[in-house]
Design a protein around this ligand. Structure first.
Ligand code: ADP
Length: 549
């Protein structure tokens, strides 16, 4: 809402697609720069692979994946090796085009030789992934879970998870994959956008029946069967935190490039859609993360042949309205003010902004425009003066300034978004190694607005951290830079030259392995991080002393 016209700044910007929908210099935007790129299938798989290399047990909730076409021969070789060592292993794989969504272009294969190499794989890269053959079934059907996660802040990291989500059902009874049923999408793919076209799709007005249900209704059924639902939730929370920890290094690089420190800029938050599959043994597995999860609360219904109408979908409404409402409550810039002063400032004031003097007061209705399942209780009419921003109650009620009106929160249901980070930060902070590597990378980027490290930046990093020696000359440093950078740039579509974060991480791991040979990889990396951080702190200290002198 732009009551003063589109040219004046707002407190909250709600973009449809990405951070870059408008040029923004203040307030808060509901998208992070680079989020769409970071959660694409290939980038997510790479980030998860890095974490799996460091912490294989902690990251075993993501299926083994390979990137096509660049890892095709690796895929073929690894599968052959695993089959040789375990002849009874009869795997199935799922091939998913990068950047695809809604099940578009996805197919299942039994053998690496079945990959469709015809044109598309070269022009359209993909991820091939181990297929989870034994999912948990309900009413004999496969289903997945869409959970909504609010990334409220990147630095410091703040994560919230919605207490309820959606379960999306297949429309054909599930059978383990065989050559005969591999192509049956209504049996294997849970996408709503696909299954809606099946004659078996059931739209239900109840949240616990039909082809789309609430996740809480599934938990109720599981609980009545004696399943340990508490453990399941705690596994899901840990999956979400670990996944976001895998994504933050890349996001931080984009963030500093679009919103350089020290320049005026907005802060960001974002609602993400996590797609999770439960295995038969109730272990949650991550399928993917969506940067723009659908927030539709209606579905199309064909009234008569060719005549469609949008009708409300109670299940979507139950879950999604609460997610948007509570996101706005959590990012409400007036909330902190209210807490500090104990004076309720109606939230609409934040949208109005106060720029021109106008003698009149005008009415502000709290939470107007924000739909809620429970209609807000009537609150006293509140007026705001454009000049001094002071609040006044309706003149007919009182000519004096009112007492602090009741908080609009009082009229709302309790929050559906549960904070999980920093709440559980202690348990997970040891996993944030790549974040610290990214901090080193960002420090040496030099030019503001870039996401890639030039050869000089890399050399400065090596010099300042004192990583070169008689066994590792500066010429060897240059070769390492050129080798790794060339390989990464030949894989990417990005035309900017230089070393991207993932290439720097690879170089860093290489250096760590060289320096701390006998340790496990995560210890090698954490030792090198500490070494570099100490060197840089000492250098900084020296510079400060010289500066003072
Ligand atoms: P899209 O973005 O096209 O929806 P997904 O990665 O979500 O792609 O995959 C689509 C569907 O395929 C999922 O909803 C799920 O039902 C199924 N699926 C995806 N990956 C796997 C897997 N590794 N094992 C079993 N089923 C999977």
């Amino acid at each position: 809402q732009f009551p003063f016209g589109r040219r004046l700044p707002c407190d909250i910007y709600w973009h449809g697609v990405s951070f870059h929908d408008n040029n923004i210099f203040s307030g808060q935007v509901n998208k992070f720069p680079g989020m769409m790129e970071t959660v694409r299938k290939i980038t997510l798989s790479r980030a998860m692979r890095t974490m799996q290399d460091l912490f294989p047990l902690e990251y075993n909730f993501y299926p083994r994946s390979w990137i096509l076409p660049e890892e095709l021969s690796l895929f073929v070789a690894e599968v052959r090796m695993m089959k040789d060592s375990n002849p009874s292993w009869k795997p199935t794989f799922i091939v998913k085009p990068d950047g695809g969504c809604q099940g578009d272009g996805i197919y299942l294969i039994k053998d690496p030789s079945d990959i469709r190499l015809t044109g598309s794989i070269q022009s359209r890269p993909a991820v091939v992934q181990e297929y989870i053959c034994k999912p948990l079934l309900m009413d004999k059907l496969k289903f997945d879970i869409r959970l909504y996660v609010l990334l409220k802040s990147l630095e410091p990291l703040e994560i919230y998870i919605a207490k309820d989500g959606l379960s999306r059902f297949c429309t054909e009874p599930y059978q383990e994959p065989t050559l005969k049923n591999l192509h049956q999408v209504f049996m294997h793919l849970t996408n709503y956008s696909l299954n809606i076209h099946s004659g078996n799709f059931i739209h239900s007005d109840s949240v616990n029946t039909g082809s789309k249900r609430t996740f809480s209704s599934i938990l109720c059924r599981l609980s009545s069967r004696g399943a340990d639902v508490k453990k399941l939730w705690s596994d899901i929370i840990s999956l979400v935190i670990k996944t976001i920890i895998a994504l933050t290094p890349e996001l931080k690089v984009y963030y500093q490039s679009d919103i350089p420190a020290g320049k005026p800029g907005p802060t960001c938050f974002q609602i993400l859609g996590f797609d999770i599959l439960l295995m038969k043994n109730l272990k949650p597995m991550l399928l993917e993360v969506n940067a723009n999860p659908s927030m539709r609360i209606e579905h199309e219904q064909e009234l008569s042949p060719g005549v469609f109408e949008n009708v409300p979908s109670p299940v979507d409404e139950e879950v999604k309205v609460a997610v948007i409402r509570d996101t706005l409550r959590l990012v409400d810039p007036q909330k902190k003010k209210r807490k500090d002063t104990h004076v309720t400032v109606p939230p609409k004031q934040q949208w109005l902004g106060v720029h021109e003097h106008h003698p009149a007061l005008w009415e502000v209705s709290p939470w107007q425009g924000v739909s809620s399942e429970v209609p807000p209780k009537p609150t006293p009419s509140v007026f705001v003066c454009r000049r001094c921003q002071s609040l006044k109650q309706a003149p007919e009620a009182s000519e004096e300034l009112p007492e602090a009106p009741k908080s609009p929160e009082a009229a709302l249901p309790s929050l559906c978004l549960k904070q999980v980070f920093p709440k559980y930060a202690k348990q997970f902070s040891y996993l944030r190694l790549v974040d610290r590597v990214a901090a080193l990378f960002i420090r040496f980027l030099g030019v503001k607005g870039t996401t890639k490290l030039g050869p000089t930046g890399f050399r400065t990093f090596i010099r300042n951290c004192k990583l070169s020696n008689s066994n590792f000359s500066m010429a060897a440093v240059d070769i390492l830079y050129i080798d790794i950078t060339r390989r990464w740039n030949s894989m990417g579509i990005d035309k900017e030259s230089g070393m991207c974060l993932q290439a720097f991480v690879e170089a860093f791991f290489c250096l760590a392995q060289k320096k701390y040979k006998s340790l496990p990889l995560h210890e090698q990396v954490s030792s090198l991080i500490e070494f570099c951080e100490c060197r840089l702190a000492a250098l900084h200290g020296k510079r400060l002393v010289w500066g003072c002198g």
